[in-house]
Design a binder for this molecule. Structure first.
Ligand code: ADP
Ligand code: MG
Length: 323
């Protein structure tokens, strides 16, 4: 038997197609991923690749078209309302826009204390004490209890969002572009706060961002998404040091301090998810495109013990085919 404990969260073959009048937007098209306890899974890809849809599906804020979701052994799609209410406490989300996700008319006490009230975890004096404890955890203090969101800087407001996410004592926090709206120096402070909280509380993160450097800094394992699909997955440092899928190579080449100039940077726009290219979805932009890429959907190939890529280049039968 394998020695690895079961992951805290698991998605299998997750599909979400949005029907809009005559067209179907294939936002997520068969995504499988697992988040081990106490670890961070990074999800990276350009805008529109389906990252936020995966986040919303994971938290059951959206119903999937098909696929499986498991949290701590429970099948989320079969969970009863009561089970789901109990599980919601254990999964929280931090969004990109700290001000947009906080009600401007709420004081910090009420914003951070709201989940405690909703889940009937604490009231009165106990609630105030718990909110102060949460504020101190994220680098704020009791002096902030009666202020409003607009009285804070972006970084401080995001700390309030994190305190609110922590209120129910979750196991999993989905961070969807949680630092993308912040200045670089403030980003680093919030990322370090998230890392410290993970170490102190044993949290698992699904860490979503379009910025490779941010994802690399935060993640143990990374999944790279393109047009609703995971094209490459692997250990974060190894993946960015030696990207193997042409799309990951393109993303890495776009970072000045990483990029290898000798690699051709592919041109062209990302196709629409309501009309994705046949075969490999990346073939219209791929500098290494071959005939079969235009017609055959690539399988996911294991190319190293902890690396997979969905690309015909990595098909072990390919040399035979080409010969
Ligand atoms: P990302 O977070 O990677 O930028 P999203 O998950 O937000 O990507 O979006 C993926 C695709 O799905 C986009 O083309 C987006 O327009 C589309 N999409 C997302 N939500 C909806 C929705 N509710 N209805 C229709 N299309 C949607
Ligand atoms: Mg998004």
């Amino acid at each position: 038997m394998s020695g690895d404990p079961p992951p805290l969260f698991e998605a299998r073959d997750l599909v979400k197609h949005f029907r809009i009048r005559r067209s179907v937007v294939q936002a997520v098209n068969g995504v499988s991923l697992a988040i081990p306890r106490g670890r961070t899974l990074g999800l990276v890809g350009e805008s529109g690749s389906g990252k936020s849809t995966v986040a919303r599906l994971a938290l059951r804020l959206l119903e999937p078209t098909s696929g499986e979701l498991r949290f701590d052994g429970t099948d989320l799609r079969r969970a009863s309302r009561t089970e789901m209410r109990a599980l919601r406490r254990r999964m929280q989300i931090v969004f990109q826009d700290p001000f947009g996700s906080l009600n401007p008319r709420m004081r910090v006490l009420d914003a951070v204390g709201e989940p405690l009230a909703v889940h009937r975890l604490a009231r009165g004096r106990a609630r105030v004490d718990r909110v102060v404890e949460l504020l101190e955890r994220v680098g704020l203090s009791a002096r902030d209890l009666h202020k409003y969101a607009h009285q804070f800087s972006g970084g401080q407001a995001q700390r309030i969002g994190i305190a609110r996410a922590l209120a129910t004592d979750p196991d999993l926090i989905v961070c969807d572009e949680a630092v993308s709206a912040l200045d670089v120096s403030v980003q680093a402070q919030v990322l370090n706060l998230l890392k410290r909280l993970q170490a102190e509380l044993g949290l698992s993160y699904l860490f979503i961002a379009h910025d490779l450097n941010v994802v690399r800094y935060m993640s143990d394992e990374v999944c790279v998404m393109y047009l609703g699909e995971i094209v490459e997955r692997g250990d974060g440092d190894a993946l960015f040091a030696d990207p193997r899928h042409p799309y990951t190579q393109m993303l890495v080449d776009a970072i000045p301090e990483f990029g290898r100039r000798e690699r051709a940077v592919p041109e062209g726009e990302t196709p629409s998810p309501s009309n994705p290219p046949p075969g490999c979805r990346f073939h219209t932009r791929c500098p290494q495109v071959a005939q079969d890429c235009r017609t055959e959907v690539p399988l996911v190939h294991r190319i190293a013990p902890d690396r997979t890529a969905a690309c015909h280049l990595h098909d072990p039968r390919r040399e035979v085919t080409l010969a």
